[in-house]
Design a protein around this ligand. Sequence first.
Ligand SMILES: [Fe+2]
Length: 322
Amino acid sequence: MGIGTVLVVDDEHAIISAIRRLLELDGWAVLSANSADEAMEVLRENDVAVLLTDNRMPGESGLHLLERARAFRPDTVRILLTGYADLPTAMEAINHGEVFRFVLKPWVDADLLAIVTEACERHRLIMGLRSGSDGTVRSLAQAVELKDHNTRGHCDRVAGYALSIATALGWSEADKHDLRYGSWLHDCGKIGVPGSILNFPGRLTPEMYTVIRRHPGWGADLGRQAGLGSPIINIILHHHERMDGSGYPAGLIGEAIPIEARIVAVADVFDAMTTERSYKRGLSFQEGADELRRLRGTGLDPLVADAFLDLLHPVGAQAVSL
Ligand SMILES: [Fe+2]
């Protein structure tokens, strides 16, 4: 269901009409332009969440338009509509961050709608993060969380555990503020992962796993664009790093992993182990603590894990259920 304005640019009227019909039926507000120059005019006068443009047009190409649009309206999410012949160029544009996604012509309606929806979710997330209010950031994190049916309440619990650890380590309130935001948002890159993969009922294929492993990088891009501070970006980007270098995305080792990310890693792992998922039962807190002891040093920071284990013992759950 549409929740923003989409600008469709194509020199062929038939294509604009077909896309307009499709998007309007789904509830989107649609603006259109027949050339790059016309599109820039529309961008100047309207608040556009998503820009969807054809590449090959008389005059300026779609890719060039997206470059101009990026400089002028950096928050508008850019999608390239492209023929098979231009695919290598489109891939390169994605790798350079010029383009969020591409749609291959002829398109499948459901795919185009899914990509536009995802682009708009990204736009909403960036705008909300920039607002910087606790309530907005937390509710955005919860909206992402809802995509993964297994992780309800995960962001709040991770924030609670991480803040308890930080308090035990003597952190200041200012540092804890960033830790709270980073904990809420650590998985925000999952908006880029299709729900069909996040909620896949069986064992993930290597290809699916590759897509999931991109969520820290995608999330960090989002955070940078929203102007979040570096401790928050560090948490989003590095919460899956492991002390022995076996984590991702950078394979950082030991203290090369920012401390804020090492704290959230302990909180994240513990919550993942101790909550029930559709594919596994949750461990008890006692079993979870035993696992943390096993992982301390190899996977998780030993000092951070010890601080958390001290909190878990001897009172159990109550000590950390904020
Ligand atoms: Fe994650």
